[in-house]
Design a protein around this ligand. Structure first.
Ligand code: 5AD
Length: 451
Protein backbone atom coordinates (compact mmCIF):
# COMPACT_ATOMS: atom_id res chain seq x y z
CA UNK A 1 0.00 0.00 0.00
CA UNK A 2 1.16 3.56 -0.64
CA UNK A 3 2.53 5.89 2.00
CA UNK A 4 1.31 9.43 2.57
CA UNK A 5 2.87 12.57 4.00
CA UNK A 6 0.55 15.40 5.06
CA UNK A 7 1.97 18.82 5.87
CA UNK A 8 -0.37 21.14 7.71
CA UNK A 9 -0.36 24.94 7.69
CA UNK A 10 -2.47 27.17 9.92
CA UNK A 11 -4.85 26.63 12.79
CA UNK A 12 -5.96 23.74 15.03
CA UNK A 13 -8.96 23.15 12.77
CA UNK A 14 -6.53 22.41 9.95
CA UNK A 15 -4.53 20.05 12.16
CA UNK A 16 -7.72 18.27 13.01
CA UNK A 17 -8.75 17.99 9.33
CA UNK A 18 -5.32 16.54 8.48
CA UNK A 19 -5.76 14.00 11.24
CA UNK A 20 -9.13 13.01 9.75
CA UNK A 21 -7.59 12.41 6.32
CA UNK A 22 -4.63 10.55 7.82
CA UNK A 23 -6.84 8.30 9.93
CA UNK A 24 -9.07 7.41 6.97
CA UNK A 25 -5.99 6.59 4.88
CA UNK A 26 -4.45 4.49 7.66
CA UNK A 27 -7.76 2.62 8.00
CA UNK A 28 -7.46 1.78 4.30
CA UNK A 29 -3.94 0.41 4.78
CA UNK A 30 -1.81 3.40 3.85
CA UNK A 31 1.25 4.08 5.99
CA UNK A 32 2.25 7.51 7.24
CA UNK A 33 5.60 8.48 5.70
CA UNK A 34 8.11 10.08 8.08
CA UNK A 35 9.06 12.68 5.47
CA UNK A 36 7.96 13.88 2.07
CA UNK A 37 11.07 12.28 0.51
CA UNK A 38 9.71 8.83 1.43
CA UNK A 39 6.07 9.40 0.46
CA UNK A 40 4.03 8.13 -2.50
CA UNK A 41 1.40 10.78 -1.83
CA UNK A 42 2.19 14.30 -0.58
CA UNK A 43 -0.70 16.47 0.60
CA UNK A 44 -0.42 20.08 1.75
CA UNK A 45 -3.30 21.14 3.98
CA UNK A 46 -3.34 24.88 3.49
CA UNK A 47 -4.23 28.13 5.27
CA UNK A 48 -5.57 31.33 3.68
CA UNK A 49 -5.95 33.59 6.69
CA UNK A 50 -2.98 35.74 5.67
CA UNK A 51 -1.14 35.99 2.35
CA UNK A 52 2.13 34.74 3.89
CA UNK A 53 0.50 31.39 4.73
CA UNK A 54 -0.65 30.95 1.13
CA UNK A 55 2.77 31.88 -0.25
CA UNK A 56 4.46 29.37 2.06
CA UNK A 57 2.33 26.50 0.80
CA UNK A 58 2.66 27.60 -2.84
CA UNK A 59 6.46 27.77 -2.57
CA UNK A 60 6.56 24.45 -0.81
CA UNK A 61 4.53 22.76 -3.52
CA UNK A 62 6.68 24.33 -6.20
CA UNK A 63 9.81 22.89 -4.57
CA UNK A 64 8.23 19.49 -4.03
CA UNK A 65 7.04 19.36 -7.64
CA UNK A 66 10.47 20.31 -8.98
CA UNK A 67 12.10 17.65 -6.81
CA UNK A 68 9.67 14.75 -7.28
CA UNK A 69 8.94 15.21 -10.96
CA UNK A 70 12.62 14.70 -11.72
CA UNK A 71 13.27 11.65 -9.56
CA UNK A 72 9.87 10.14 -8.76
CA UNK A 73 7.31 11.18 -11.38
CA UNK A 74 4.58 8.90 -9.98
CA UNK A 75 4.28 10.68 -6.64
CA UNK A 76 0.78 12.12 -6.24
CA UNK A 77 0.65 15.79 -5.17
CA UNK A 78 -2.37 17.46 -3.63
CA UNK A 79 -3.61 20.65 -2.02
CA UNK A 80 -6.34 20.45 0.59
CA UNK A 81 -8.16 22.89 2.86
CA UNK A 82 -8.67 26.64 2.82
CA UNK A 83 -6.43 27.72 -0.05
CA UNK A 84 -7.66 24.74 -2.09
CA UNK A 85 -11.20 25.98 -1.43
CA UNK A 86 -10.56 29.61 -2.30
CA UNK A 87 -8.35 29.03 -5.36
CA UNK A 88 -9.65 25.72 -6.73
CA UNK A 89 -8.62 24.91 -10.28
CA UNK A 90 -6.45 28.02 -10.45
CA UNK A 91 -3.92 26.06 -8.37
CA UNK A 92 -3.51 23.47 -11.12
CA UNK A 93 -3.24 26.15 -13.80
CA UNK A 94 -0.42 27.63 -11.78
CA UNK A 95 1.23 24.35 -10.74
CA UNK A 96 0.38 21.76 -13.41
CA UNK A 97 2.14 19.00 -11.46
CA UNK A 98 -0.62 19.05 -8.85
CA UNK A 99 -3.00 16.08 -9.20
CA UNK A 100 -5.59 16.79 -6.54
CA UNK A 101 -7.35 19.85 -5.05
CA UNK A 102 -9.73 19.11 -2.16
CA UNK A 103 -11.84 21.84 -0.54
CA UNK A 104 -12.86 22.20 3.08
CA UNK A 105 -16.12 20.23 2.75
CA UNK A 106 -14.49 17.30 0.95
CA UNK A 107 -11.70 16.01 3.20
CA UNK A 108 -13.45 12.68 3.71
CA UNK A 109 -13.35 11.96 -0.03
CA UNK A 110 -9.53 12.11 -0.10
CA UNK A 111 -9.10 8.28 0.10
CA UNK A 112 -11.44 7.59 -2.85
CA UNK A 113 -9.92 10.33 -4.93
CA UNK A 114 -6.42 9.03 -4.23
CA UNK A 115 -7.53 5.51 -5.18
CA UNK A 116 -8.80 6.79 -8.50
CA UNK A 117 -5.61 8.71 -9.25
CA UNK A 118 -3.25 5.93 -8.10
CA UNK A 119 -5.17 3.36 -10.16
CA UNK A 120 -5.00 5.62 -13.22
CA UNK A 121 -8.79 5.88 -13.47
CA UNK A 122 -8.70 9.66 -13.23
CA UNK A 123 -5.87 12.01 -13.94
CA UNK A 124 -6.73 15.16 -12.03
CA UNK A 125 -9.42 15.88 -9.51
CA UNK A 126 -10.63 19.25 -8.24
CA UNK A 127 -13.51 19.13 -5.76
CA UNK A 128 -14.37 22.32 -3.91
CA UNK A 129 -18.15 21.98 -3.90
CA UNK A 130 -20.41 22.39 -0.87
CA UNK A 131 -21.64 19.21 0.75
CA UNK A 132 -24.57 19.01 3.15
CA UNK A 133 -23.57 17.31 6.40
CA UNK A 134 -19.83 17.71 5.83
CA UNK A 135 -19.46 19.15 9.36
CA UNK A 136 -20.16 15.63 10.66
CA UNK A 137 -17.38 13.97 8.67
CA UNK A 138 -14.50 15.20 10.85
CA UNK A 139 -14.82 12.57 13.57
CA UNK A 140 -12.04 9.93 13.29
CA UNK A 141 -8.84 10.04 15.31
CA UNK A 142 -5.31 8.77 14.95
CA UNK A 143 -4.60 7.93 18.53
CA UNK A 144 -1.08 6.62 18.26
CA UNK A 145 0.26 8.49 15.29
CA UNK A 146 3.81 8.58 16.61
CA UNK A 147 3.78 5.34 18.53
CA UNK A 148 2.39 6.93 21.69
CA UNK A 149 -1.14 7.16 22.91
CA UNK A 150 -2.58 10.63 22.58
CA UNK A 151 -3.29 12.42 25.87
CA UNK A 152 -5.11 15.40 24.42
CA UNK A 153 -7.36 15.49 21.36
CA UNK A 154 -9.07 18.08 19.19
CA UNK A 155 -12.77 17.60 18.50
CA UNK A 156 -14.40 19.54 15.69
CA UNK A 157 -17.89 20.66 16.75
CA UNK A 158 -18.91 22.87 13.85
CA UNK A 159 -17.79 24.34 10.56
CA UNK A 160 -17.95 27.80 9.05
CA UNK A 161 -18.72 31.30 10.21
CA UNK A 162 -21.54 33.79 9.53
CA UNK A 163 -19.96 36.80 11.21
CA UNK A 164 -18.30 38.25 8.08
CA UNK A 165 -15.64 40.35 9.78
CA UNK A 166 -14.46 42.65 7.01
CA UNK A 167 -10.83 41.45 7.14
CA UNK A 168 -11.59 37.73 7.27
CA UNK A 169 -11.56 35.12 4.53
CA UNK A 170 -13.01 32.33 6.71
CA UNK A 171 -16.69 32.65 5.62
CA UNK A 172 -15.49 32.14 2.03
CA UNK A 173 -13.13 29.24 2.75
CA UNK A 174 -15.11 27.40 5.43
CA UNK A 175 -18.64 28.31 4.39
CA UNK A 176 -21.72 29.04 6.49
CA UNK A 177 -22.09 27.93 10.13
CA UNK A 178 -23.10 24.27 10.44
CA UNK A 179 -23.04 22.42 13.77
CA UNK A 180 -22.86 18.76 14.67
CA UNK A 181 -25.45 17.32 17.06
CA UNK A 182 -24.54 17.22 20.77
CA UNK A 183 -24.99 13.42 20.87
CA UNK A 184 -22.45 12.85 18.07
CA UNK A 185 -19.84 15.05 19.73
CA UNK A 186 -20.41 13.39 23.10
CA UNK A 187 -20.09 9.92 21.52
CA UNK A 188 -16.79 10.95 19.94
CA UNK A 189 -15.47 12.37 23.23
CA UNK A 190 -16.60 9.28 25.12
CA UNK A 191 -14.71 7.04 22.69
CA UNK A 192 -11.62 9.23 23.09
CA UNK A 193 -11.83 8.99 26.88
CA UNK A 194 -12.21 5.20 26.63
CA UNK A 195 -8.99 5.15 24.64
CA UNK A 196 -7.10 7.09 27.30
CA UNK A 197 -7.51 10.70 26.21
CA UNK A 198 -7.62 13.02 29.25
CA UNK A 199 -8.27 16.37 27.61
CA UNK A 200 -10.39 17.53 24.69
CA UNK A 201 -10.30 20.88 22.92
CA UNK A 202 -13.61 21.63 21.21
CA UNK A 203 -12.92 23.36 17.91
CA UNK A 204 -14.85 25.68 15.66
CA UNK A 205 -14.29 28.94 13.79
CA UNK A 206 -16.81 30.62 16.12
CA UNK A 207 -17.82 28.20 18.89
CA UNK A 208 -20.05 30.78 20.61
CA UNK A 209 -22.39 30.34 17.61
CA UNK A 210 -22.45 26.55 18.03
CA UNK A 211 -25.92 25.09 17.45
CA UNK A 212 -27.64 28.49 17.37
CA UNK A 213 -30.00 27.45 14.62
CA UNK A 214 -29.96 23.66 15.06
CA UNK A 215 -30.29 23.47 18.86
CA UNK A 216 -31.10 26.88 20.33
CA UNK A 217 -31.32 28.06 23.94
CA UNK A 218 -32.61 25.88 26.75
CA UNK A 219 -33.19 27.06 30.36
CA UNK A 220 -31.28 30.25 29.59
CA UNK A 221 -28.28 28.30 28.32
CA UNK A 222 -26.85 28.58 24.83
CA UNK A 223 -26.38 25.43 22.76
CA UNK A 224 -22.61 25.71 23.33
CA UNK A 225 -23.02 25.69 27.11
CA UNK A 226 -25.42 22.72 26.80
CA UNK A 227 -22.66 20.95 24.85
CA UNK A 228 -20.05 21.80 27.51
CA UNK A 229 -22.32 20.35 30.17
CA UNK A 230 -22.84 17.14 28.20
CA UNK A 231 -19.11 16.65 27.56
CA UNK A 232 -18.43 17.42 31.21
CA UNK A 233 -20.44 14.33 32.20
CA UNK A 234 -18.00 11.94 30.50
CA UNK A 235 -16.09 9.75 32.94
CA UNK A 236 -12.35 9.62 32.41
CA UNK A 237 -12.19 12.97 30.69
CA UNK A 238 -10.37 15.35 33.02
CA UNK A 239 -10.07 18.60 31.13
CA UNK A 240 -12.12 20.53 28.59
CA UNK A 241 -10.89 23.48 26.49
CA UNK A 242 -12.36 25.23 23.46
CA UNK A 243 -11.31 27.61 20.71
CA UNK A 244 -12.29 30.09 19.40
CA UNK A 245 -15.19 32.01 20.92
CA UNK A 246 -16.31 35.42 19.64
CA UNK A 247 -16.85 38.23 22.18
CA UNK A 248 -20.23 39.06 20.64
CA UNK A 249 -21.69 35.69 21.61
CA UNK A 250 -19.86 35.38 24.93
CA UNK A 251 -22.84 35.28 27.28
CA UNK A 252 -22.97 35.16 31.07
CA UNK A 253 -24.02 31.50 30.75
CA UNK A 254 -20.59 30.76 29.31
CA UNK A 255 -18.83 32.81 32.00
CA UNK A 256 -20.79 30.91 34.65
CA UNK A 257 -19.92 27.56 33.04
CA UNK A 258 -16.35 28.13 34.25
CA UNK A 259 -17.51 28.23 37.84
CA UNK A 260 -19.96 25.32 37.56
CA UNK A 261 -17.90 22.88 35.48
CA UNK A 262 -14.61 21.99 37.17
CA UNK A 263 -13.26 20.15 34.11
CA UNK A 264 -13.58 23.35 32.08
CA UNK A 265 -10.07 24.62 32.80
CA UNK A 266 -9.42 28.28 33.59
CA UNK A 267 -8.17 29.32 30.18
CA UNK A 268 -9.83 31.65 27.68
CA UNK A 269 -8.58 32.59 24.24
CA UNK A 270 -10.83 35.43 23.08
CA UNK A 271 -9.82 37.29 19.89
CA UNK A 272 -10.26 41.05 20.37
CA UNK A 273 -8.55 42.29 17.14
CA UNK A 274 -8.40 45.98 18.21
CA UNK A 275 -8.78 48.26 21.23
CA UNK A 276 -10.38 51.03 19.18
CA UNK A 277 -14.17 51.12 18.91
CA UNK A 278 -13.84 52.86 15.56
CA UNK A 279 -11.75 49.97 14.21
CA UNK A 280 -13.98 47.31 15.81
CA UNK A 281 -16.89 48.86 13.93
CA UNK A 282 -14.98 48.98 10.64
CA UNK A 283 -14.02 45.35 11.18
CA UNK A 284 -17.69 44.43 11.73
CA UNK A 285 -16.92 42.77 15.04
CA UNK A 286 -20.24 43.55 16.74
CA UNK A 287 -18.93 44.58 20.20
CA UNK A 288 -17.18 47.49 21.87
CA UNK A 289 -13.93 47.60 23.78
CA UNK A 290 -15.95 48.11 26.97
CA UNK A 291 -17.96 44.96 26.37
CA UNK A 292 -14.77 42.95 25.72
CA UNK A 293 -13.14 44.23 28.91
CA UNK A 294 -16.24 43.38 30.90
CA UNK A 295 -16.14 39.76 29.67
CA UNK A 296 -12.53 39.45 30.85
CA UNK A 297 -13.35 41.06 34.20
CA UNK A 298 -16.22 38.62 34.74
CA UNK A 299 -14.04 35.65 33.84
CA UNK A 300 -11.38 36.76 36.32
CA UNK A 301 -14.04 37.27 38.96
CA UNK A 302 -15.13 33.66 38.45
CA UNK A 303 -11.52 32.51 38.69
CA UNK A 304 -8.63 34.93 39.36
CA UNK A 305 -6.19 32.39 37.88
CA UNK A 306 -7.94 32.53 34.48
CA UNK A 307 -5.35 32.51 31.67
CA UNK A 308 -6.45 35.04 29.07
CA UNK A 309 -5.01 35.22 25.56
CA UNK A 310 -6.14 37.03 22.43
CA UNK A 311 -5.51 37.79 18.75
CA UNK A 312 -4.85 41.35 17.59
CA UNK A 313 -4.58 42.80 14.09
CA UNK A 314 -2.40 45.87 13.54
CA UNK A 315 -2.57 48.09 10.47
CA UNK A 316 -6.19 47.49 9.48
CA UNK A 317 -7.13 49.98 6.69
CA UNK A 318 -7.65 53.45 8.15
CA UNK A 319 -6.09 52.61 11.54
CA UNK A 320 -4.78 55.94 12.83
CA UNK A 321 -2.01 56.28 15.40
CA UNK A 322 -4.73 57.16 17.93
CA UNK A 323 -6.57 53.89 17.16
CA UNK A 324 -3.39 51.92 17.57
CA UNK A 325 -2.73 53.64 20.90
CA UNK A 326 -6.17 52.43 22.01
CA UNK A 327 -4.98 48.90 21.22
CA UNK A 328 -1.83 49.48 23.29
CA UNK A 329 -3.94 50.76 26.16
CA UNK A 330 -6.29 47.78 25.88
CA UNK A 331 -3.31 45.42 26.11
CA UNK A 332 -2.26 47.24 29.32
CA UNK A 333 -5.78 47.19 30.70
CA UNK A 334 -6.56 43.55 29.87
CA UNK A 335 -3.15 42.21 30.99
CA UNK A 336 -3.16 39.29 28.58
CA UNK A 337 -1.09 36.25 29.46
CA UNK A 338 -0.19 36.23 25.78
CA UNK A 339 -1.44 37.83 22.58
CA UNK A 340 -0.93 36.78 18.98
CA UNK A 341 -0.31 39.84 16.83
CA UNK A 342 -0.94 39.90 13.09
CA UNK A 343 -0.16 42.52 10.49
CA UNK A 344 -3.27 43.17 8.42
CA UNK A 345 -3.13 41.22 5.17
CA UNK A 346 -5.67 42.02 2.42
CA UNK A 347 -7.65 38.89 1.51
CA UNK A 348 -9.56 38.18 -1.67
CA UNK A 349 -13.35 38.75 -1.61
CA UNK A 350 -13.19 40.57 1.74
CA UNK A 351 -14.59 44.13 2.03
CA UNK A 352 -11.53 45.50 3.87
CA UNK A 353 -9.22 44.56 0.99
CA UNK A 354 -10.77 47.26 -1.18
CA UNK A 355 -11.02 49.99 1.47
CA UNK A 356 -9.18 53.10 0.30
CA UNK A 357 -6.92 53.75 3.27
CA UNK A 358 -4.54 50.75 3.14
CA UNK A 359 -1.51 51.35 5.38
CA UNK A 360 2.09 51.06 4.22
CA UNK A 361 4.07 47.99 5.30
CA UNK A 362 6.45 50.13 7.42
CA UNK A 363 3.60 51.29 9.64
CA UNK A 364 2.35 47.72 10.07
CA UNK A 365 5.86 46.58 10.99
CA UNK A 366 6.39 49.43 13.41
CA UNK A 367 3.05 48.92 15.19
CA UNK A 368 3.63 45.18 15.28
CA UNK A 369 7.01 45.72 16.99
CA UNK A 370 5.64 48.21 19.53
CA UNK A 371 2.68 46.02 20.47
CA UNK A 372 4.83 42.90 20.59
CA UNK A 373 7.20 44.55 23.04
CA UNK A 374 4.32 45.50 25.34
CA UNK A 375 2.68 42.07 25.09
CA UNK A 376 6.02 40.41 25.85
CA UNK A 377 6.61 42.64 28.89
CA UNK A 378 3.16 41.91 30.32
CA UNK A 379 3.47 38.20 29.50
CA UNK A 380 6.91 38.01 31.13
CA UNK A 381 5.50 39.58 34.31
CA UNK A 382 2.58 37.15 34.33
CA UNK A 383 4.86 34.14 33.82
CA UNK A 384 7.31 35.36 36.50
CA UNK A 385 4.40 35.63 38.91
CA UNK A 386 3.95 31.84 38.61
CA UNK A 387 7.43 31.16 40.02
CA UNK A 388 7.12 29.66 43.49
CA UNK A 389 3.58 28.44 42.85
CA UNK A 390 2.39 24.88 42.74
CA UNK A 391 0.39 24.27 39.56
CA UNK A 392 -1.49 21.33 38.13
CA UNK A 393 -0.32 20.09 34.73
CA UNK A 394 -1.33 17.38 32.29
CA UNK A 395 1.91 15.77 31.08
CA UNK A 396 1.74 15.52 27.29
CA UNK A 397 5.12 14.13 26.22
CA UNK A 398 8.70 15.19 25.48
CA UNK A 399 9.40 18.91 25.23
CA UNK A 400 9.77 19.91 21.60
CA UNK A 401 12.81 22.10 22.23
CA UNK A 402 14.53 19.60 24.51
CA UNK A 403 13.21 16.06 24.02
CA UNK A 404 15.23 14.84 27.02
CA UNK A 405 12.72 16.70 29.21
CA UNK A 406 8.95 16.39 29.43
CA UNK A 407 6.29 19.08 28.97
CA UNK A 408 2.77 19.61 30.13
CA UNK A 409 0.26 22.43 30.28
CA UNK A 410 -1.20 24.17 33.31
CA UNK A 411 -4.96 24.54 33.52
CA UNK A 412 -4.44 28.15 32.42
CA UNK A 413 -2.65 26.86 29.26
CA UNK A 414 0.96 27.68 30.11
CA UNK A 415 3.63 25.23 29.02
CA UNK A 416 5.71 23.74 31.84
CA UNK A 417 8.96 21.87 31.09
CA UNK A 418 10.14 19.42 33.75
CA UNK A 419 12.49 16.50 34.32
CA UNK A 420 10.38 13.44 33.86
CA UNK A 421 9.96 10.32 31.80
CA UNK A 422 7.48 8.46 29.65
CA UNK A 423 5.72 7.18 32.75
CA UNK A 424 4.47 10.72 33.35
CA UNK A 425 2.71 10.92 29.97
CA UNK A 426 -1.03 11.32 30.48
CA UNK A 427 -0.72 12.04 34.19
CA UNK A 428 -2.37 14.97 35.89
CA UNK A 429 0.32 16.06 38.33
CA UNK A 430 1.38 18.93 40.55
CA UNK A 431 4.63 20.73 39.83
CA UNK A 432 6.43 23.49 41.69
CA UNK A 433 7.35 26.27 39.29
CA UNK A 434 11.02 27.17 39.75
CA UNK A 435 11.74 29.47 36.84
CA UNK A 436 10.04 31.38 34.04
CA UNK A 437 11.42 31.72 30.50
CA UNK A 438 9.86 33.30 27.47
CA UNK A 439 6.25 32.03 27.56
CA UNK A 440 7.50 28.82 29.20
CA UNK A 441 7.63 27.75 32.84
CA UNK A 442 10.13 25.30 34.33
CA UNK A 443 9.19 23.16 37.29
CA UNK A 444 9.87 20.18 39.53
CA UNK A 445 7.26 17.50 40.09
CA UNK A 446 5.90 17.96 43.61
CA UNK A 447 6.60 14.98 45.83
CA UNK A 448 3.37 13.88 47.41
CA UNK A 449 3.75 13.18 51.10
CA UNK A 450 1.57 10.21 51.87
CA UNK A 451 1.66 10.19 55.66
N1 5AD B 1 -4.93 39.88 8.21
C1 5AD B 1 -4.24 39.69 9.37
N2 5AD B 1 -4.67 38.87 10.35
C2 5AD B 1 -5.84 38.24 10.16
N3 5AD B 1 -6.51 37.40 10.95
C3 5AD B 1 -7.63 37.01 10.32
N4 5AD B 1 -7.70 37.60 9.11
C4 5AD B 1 -6.60 38.38 9.00
C5 5AD B 1 -6.11 39.25 8.00
N5 5AD B 1 -6.77 39.46 6.85
C6 5AD B 1 -6.07 37.04 12.29
C7 5AD B 1 -7.13 37.39 13.33
C8 5AD B 1 -7.66 36.03 13.73
C9 5AD B 1 -6.44 35.18 13.57
C10 5AD B 1 -6.68 33.72 13.50
O1 5AD B 1 -5.87 35.64 12.37
O2 5AD B 1 -6.49 38.01 14.44
O3 5AD B 1 -8.19 36.01 15.05
Amino acid sequence: MPSVYIKTYGCQMNERDSEQVASQLVAKGYSLAPSEAMADVILLNTCSVRDAAEQKALNKMENIAAETRRSRPDVVLGFMGCMAQSRGRELIDRLPDVDLVIGTQKFHHAPDYLDDILAGRRKRIVDVAEEAGSQSTIRDHLLNGNGHKAVSAFVSIMQGCNQYCTFCIVPYTRGAERSRPIEDIVAECRELAARGVKEVTLLGQIVTSYGKREIGMKDGKSAFVQLLEAVHEIDGLERIRFTSPHPKGYGDDLVQAYSRLPKLVESAHIPVQSGSDRMLKAMHRGYTRKRFVSIIEKLREVNPRMGVTTDIIVGFPGEAEADFEETLSLAREAQFDNAFIFKYSPRRDTPAAILPDQLPQEIKEERNARLLQLVNEIGARKYRACVGQRVQILAEGPSRKNPARMMGRTRSNKIVVFDGSERHRGQIMDVNVTRAGSFTLYGDPAIINLD
